[in-house]
Design a protein around this ligand. Structure first.
Ligand code: ATP
Ligand code: MG
Length: 417
């Protein structure tokens, strides 16, 4: 028997119009990149699907796990490929369903090659009959159920072989990676921003990350390792990523010293946005992304969000704004960032936390509160002390490299921003 294949179906919605070829090329690239290191004979595209032929010795389990992370896939399955004749299809269908337990089933056939002599309905009826006879012969108490069957055996007749599978797996959905342009995500060590990043990646955005960290009570106790771990967990969705790491404590100290206490957190946020905006422009990113959720904490009341936003001219996307913590946590579990964010770390923001944070600031209040600060000077300070960690993902392996801190210290890096 030939090696199994993985049949990959994509959402049709984004295929309309002229972008079709562009999206499919990106999806094909993403499949190839995700499967690096696994023996693959070829990836073909007979009709509206990709068919990945696994090579000798390829781990099916590993291949399936890799495809699970590829964005833009509606569903996929490990399938048997057989000659396009009724006997071969019936045999494969039986091998496929025999080990599975179910009480009712249906066969769904699709001909993407209309030159095949039998119609889809004829194939469904013939294969269904065959399976029912074999099941009954084994004394199994099963019936055919066309509406909402427990098990569906799929038969796809392509211009190449026929594909038979019964274990359909939901894909990650969304749009293929790196199809929507660049954005800069403000990544804290918490649950929210990593989930926000995932949502934007799933819509095709390519993200860079900016993380602001304090020094930590003990050496090595800052939030850097957590942000780095989160970026590492997210990079397989888009294959490479930059993480800018900005020491924040010197900036916070200035804010604590020269600005009113109740606005501190909002002023921290404004400085983060400003620095992230400069870095975004350097990277030719067109928008910022944060993990804010309306009303979650004092700094995220509607008024405070608007007042903070006024510091940046770049659009700020907040994909979690209308979600609640339970939904966010569920996504964090699904994408594997939950455990990383649960690690203890020293978050820079609670340091010097005000006793009564302002709930309803206006942009003017914050402008006024910042009047004693050298804002451009603080932006420069942040940029000059930033370091860059670059991640590259090949298959399961993720390499990262930290650039020499000096790289951002020159005037050029700021001037070009
Ligand atoms: P999480 O920390 O992911 O978001 P949170 O509820 O703790 O969730 P806040 O701390 O209020 O949220 O921060 C709101 C948003 O501001 C974050 O989602 C993130 O986008 C940004 N942010 C906060 N702290 C940092 C930081 N240290 N570095 C980068 N971005 C940050
Ligand atoms: Mg946080």
């Amino acid at each position: 028997m030939s090696n199994p294949v993985i049949v990959v179906h994509y959402h049709e919605a984004w295929l309309k119009g002229r972008n079709r070829r562009f999206f499919l090329r990106k999806l094909s690239t993403a499949l190839r990149q995700s499967l690096q290191g696994i023996s693959i004979d070829r990836i073909e595209k007979p009709g509206d699907r990709f068919v990945v032929s696994l090579g000798d010795g390829a781990s099916q389990h590993e291949a399936i796990a890799r495809v699970e992370q590829v964005l833009g896939i509606a569903f996929y399955a490990l399938a048997r490929t057989v000659e396009r004749n009724r006997e071969a299809i019936c045999r494969a269908a039986w091998e496929e369903i025999e080990p599975l337990s179910f009480t009712n089933f249906a066969v769904r056939a699709k001909r993407s090659d209309k030159s095949f002599p039998e119609t889809s309905l004829e194939v469904e009826a013939a294969v269904g009959r065959h399976l029912l006879e074999k099941l009954r012969a084994q004394g199994r108490n099963v019936s055919v159920r066309l509406k909402d069957p427990e098990l569906t055996c799929y038969v796809e007749i392509t211009s190449g072989p026929a594909l038979v599978y019964a274990r359909k797996i939901p894909g990650a959905g969304g749009l293929p990676a790196n199809t929507a342009g660049r954005m800069m995500c403000l990544l804290s060590g918490g649950y929210d921003s990593a989930v926000a990043a995932y949502h934007m990646m799933k819509r095709g955005a390519h993200l860079s990350f900016a993380h602001f960290y304090g020094s930590g009570a003990m050496p090595g106790e800052s939030s850097l390792h957590v942000a780095s771990g989160l970026a590492r967990q997210l990079v397989p969705y888009q294959f490479h990523a930059k993480l800018y790491r900005i020491p924040f404590e010197p900036i916070q100290r200035e804010i604590v010293r020269y600005a009113p206490e109740n606005y501190r957190v909002l002023l921290y946020r404004r400085m983060m946005l400003r620095i992230a905006e400069v870095l975004a422009k350097r990277d030719r990113a067109l928008a910022l992304v944060t993990g804010d959720s309306l009303g979650q904490v004092a700094s995220q009341t509607l008024r405070n969000l608007v007042a903070v936003d006024a510091a940046s001219r770049m659009v700020v996307f907040r994909p979690l704004i209308g979600t609640d913590k339970i939904e966010i946590m569920a996504t964090a579990q699904k994408i594997g960032t939950y455990d990383i964010s649960s690690e203890p770390f020293h978050d820079c923001c609670p340091v010097f936390l005000p006793r009564t944070p302002a709930l309803y600031a206006s942009a003017e209040d914050l402008d006024e509160a910042e009047s004693g600060l050298d804002v451009p000077g603080l932006i420069t300070l942040g940029l000059r002390s930033a370091t860059l960690e670059q991640f590259h993902c090949t298959g399961r392996e993720i390499k990262s490299e930290i650039s020499h801190p000096g790289k951002f210290s020159g005037k050029k890096s700021i001037a070009t921003a």
